[in-house]
Design a binder for this molecule. Structure first.
Ligand SMILES: Nc1ncnc2c1ncn2[C@@H]1O[C@H](COP(=O)(O)OP(=O)(O)OP(=O)(O)O)[C@@H](O)[C@H]1O
Length: 276
């Protein structure tokens, strides 16, 4: 899926009226199959941008086009079908605790399936091979029949990524996919995610706090600051000076920190991040 944002401004409904807009006058064009990392300090608007692109947040001004269509001009049914072609993977995947991993992964496909197929797949997962294949990409295939609430935070995050791949969406919007992973797992997960998206020609946009990972794995990097575009460049052209400007007054977010304990639980312990 290709997309275009024109002069897009987003205000959160719950934000104080005096608060600046979460995104201000953003312009962006992403071609089908492109892979883009979004970086920037905390509060820059990275998650809001993903929500805007996922049609979960309506622009207060400006416009969004997905495959040359303004989603907000579509009738409700057509908007739902369009939403079914994209997948927003939040930082903490919303996996029902008592569900089996196989069911949770296959639930990523639900928007693409008929009601009957959806119900059948929730009761009796039929495409276990697809789930296992997606899980294997993130080295958690052995958890196929485990319950979600018996996974570590890192395993849960990798199951969330497998669910995104199982979705078959043509636009993958992934919010901080590495926050619960140790550096080696993070490298592996990002390599698998980018490769899988490339193989099937899906567009991939990921927000990342790990600037080094963004530069290594993505050909194009967008820097957001204060809700506005700071830069939009091929990763080879993102210089240390640009990064210092982007994180000015937040330089501690650029400083490397101790890596998280392998597969540290998301909720139980603070998650150290390299650029938070
Ligand atoms: N639900 C909300 N209601 C009101 N304001 C919000 C809401 N969510 C985010 N904001 C505000 O919008 C701005 C952008 O937030 P956003 O979560 O998009 O930033 P971010 O770059 O993803 O931050 P982080 O890296 O900390 O996750 C911030 O000023 C934030 O306080």
């Amino acid at each position: 899926m290709k997309l275009r944002l024109t002069n897009a401004t987003v205000r959160h409904p719950a934000a104080r009226t005096s608060a600046p807009a979460a995104l201000r006058g953003l312009g962006l064009a992403v071609a089908q199959g492109e892979q883009v990392a979004v970086i920037g300090p905390s509060g820059a608007g990275k998650t809001t941008l993903l929500h805007l692109l996922a049609c979960a947040q309506r622009p207060a001004a400006g416009s969004l086009q997905l495959d040359d269509t303004d989603p907000w001009a579509l009738p409700r049914g057509a908007l739902e079908r369009l939403r079914g072609r994209l997948f927003l993977a939040p930082q903490v995947p919303p996996l029902p605790p008592r569900q089996r991993v196989v069911t949770a992964v296959l639930a990523g496909r639900l928007p693409h399936e008929s009601l009957w197929a959806s119900v059948r797949s929730l009761v009796l997962p039929t495409d276990t091979a697809l789930a296992e294949h997606a899980l294997a990409r993130f080295d958690v295939a052995d958890k196929l029949f485990d319950r979600v609430d018996r996974l570590s935070g890192g395993e849960r995050q990798r199951v969330g990524l497998a669910r995104a791949l199982a979705s078959q969406a043509s636009l993958l919007l992934v919010d901080e996919p590495l926050s619960a992973l140790d550096p080696a797992r993070a490298q592996q997960a990002l390599a698998s995610l980018t490769q899988a998206a490339r193989e099937r020609g899906a567009t991939l946009i990921a927000t990342l706090h790990q600037v080094d990972m963004a530069l290594r794995h993505f050909p194009r990097v967008i820097g957001l600051r204060g809700g506005a575009l700071a830069f939009d460049l091929p990763s080879a052209q993102v210089t240390p000076a640009l990064l210092h400007q982007l994180y000015a007054q937040h330089l501690e977010e650029l400083a490397p920190t101790a890596p998280p304990a392998p597969d540290a639980p998301v909720a139980a312990a603070p998650v150290p991040m390299q650029c938070r």
